[in-house]
Design a protein. Structure first.
Length: 229
C-alpha cells in the first residue's frame, strides 16, 4: 500500500496560498484545515478559500472540517472542489448519512477522532468511510508536540481495518515530522498530514519527498503491511 503525504496549509503563508500550494506540487494531497472557533478555539478559512485553492493547484484538496454541524456544511466543500472531506465523529449528528452524501457527490468520505475518542464504538461505520483520521494532537492549532500515546490507537485502528478487509486509508495529523513519521507508519498509518515539517523546511518539496521515503521504508518493514502486498 502506497504511503501519501498531505502538507497542511495551516503552516503556510496565508498571504501567498497559491505559491505555497505550488511549492508542494509533488504532494499527494493538500490538507486544508477548516476551523470555526466553536468546535475548536481557532478560526481559519472556509468555502471561498477552498474554491480559490482549487483553481490555483492541481493537487487534490483534503479538507479537514473542525467545525460544528458538519452534516449541514460538509457537502459545500465538495461543491467547492475538495477531493476528500473529513468530518469529526464528535460533531456529526448522522455520520453514516453524511459519509454517503459526500461519496454520492464524488468525494472521498473521511471521519476524524480526537485523541480522547476511542475508535472501537465506530467499528461498524468503517465500511462507510474511505479514510479514518486519528488525531495525534488536540485539534485546533498547528505546531503542537506529537502525542506518542496515540500510537496504540493507530495500531488498534489498523487491526480493525484488517479484520474487516477494508480498503480504508488511515491518516494521522499532528506533530508528524521526520522524528515521528516512522513510528506512525510502523503503527499502521499510510496517509500523513505534515504542516511545520514541510512548510518550515527550506525546501518544502524536498521535505515532502523525504517524509514519503521515510514512511515508505518504515511501513515496508511493518507487520501490518504484510497483508497489503
Amino acid at each position: 500500500m502506497a504511503v501519501q503525504i498531505s502538507p497542511s496549509i495551516l503552516s503556510a503563508d496565508f498571504a501567498r496560498l497559491a505559491d505555497e500550494a505550488e511549492a508542494v506540487s509533488g504532494a499527494d494531497w493538500l490538507h486544508v484545515d477548516v476551523m470555526d472557533n466553536h468546535f475548536v478555539p481557532n478560526l481559519t478559512l472556509g468555502v471561498p478559500v477552498v474554491e480559490s485553492l482549487r483553481r490555483a493547484t492541481d493537487t487534490p484538496l483534503d479538507c479537514h472540517l473542525m467545525i460544528d454541524e458538519p452534516d449541514r456544511w460538509a457537502p459545500a466543500f465538495v461543491d467547492a472542489g475538495a477531493g476528500s472531506v473529513t468530518f469529526h465523529a464528535e460533531a456529526a449528528a448522522a455520520p453514516v448519512r453524511l459519509a454517503r452524501e459526500l461519496r454520492a457527490k464524488g468525494a472521498r468520505a473521511a471521519m476524524a477522532l480526537k485523541p480522547a475518542t476511542p475508535v472501537e464504538p465506530y467499528e461498524d461505520l468503517l465500511p462507510e468511510l474511505d479514510m479514518l483520521l486519528v488525531m495525534t494532537v488536540e485539534p485546533g492549532f498547528g505546531g503542537q508536540a506529537f502525542l506518542d500515546i496515540m500510537l496504540p490507537k493507530v495500531r488498534r485502528t489498523r487491526e480493525l481495518i484488517s479484520k474487516h478487509g477494508l480498503e480504508l486509508w488511515l491518516q494521522v495529523d499532528g506533530g508528524v515530522s521526520a522524528e515521528t513519521i516512522e513510528r506512525c507508519a510502523e503503527a499502521g498509518a499510510d496517509v500523513f498530514v505534515a504542516g511545520s515539517a514541510v512548510y518550515g523546511a527550506e525546501d518544502p518539496a524536498a521535505a515532502v519527498r523525504a517524509l514519503r521515503a521515510q514512511a515508505a521504508a518504515a511501513s515496508e518493514g511493518a507487520a501490518w503491511a504484510a497483508g497489503c502486498r
